[in-house]
Write a protein that binds this ligand. Sequence first.
Ligand SMILES: [Zn+2]
Length: 148
Amino acid sequence: MEVLNVDTCIFCEIITGRLPGSFVYRDQTCAAFMDLQPVNPGHLLVIPNQHSASLAEMDLDTGAHIFKVAQELAAAVRKSGLRCEGLNLFLADGELAGQEVFHVHLHVLPRFGGDGFGFRFGPGYPVVREREVLDRDAGLIRAVLKNQ
Ligand SMILES: [Zn+2]
């Protein structure tokens, strides 16, 4: 795993100071800064200091730490005076999931009524799955967990 990828990764450039960032938090494992194109004011990104393109590349302890920091930041955003009536923690893993910068980042996204942001369901949703199908799919995932 690469520690830093400063020639191709904008987040590594921010971490190293080659590009500016408006940081709210830094420690040995991760950093948090303002999203340059915020969905709403106060939109933060929490990223590992060590370059990881995807969840699969990032170790579990780092992931746990990033979530813990995001939870603390969410509480801070709510108390900051910025408009925040709700909040999303959002992580896109892979291009089809909406990931645009391939350095893992957890969004801390303040929300308020009428902000215009939202998730869109596909056509045909909701589909209530039969228990048999849910149990089969759960079995597929359990089988992988057993072998990890
Ligand atoms: Zn990076």
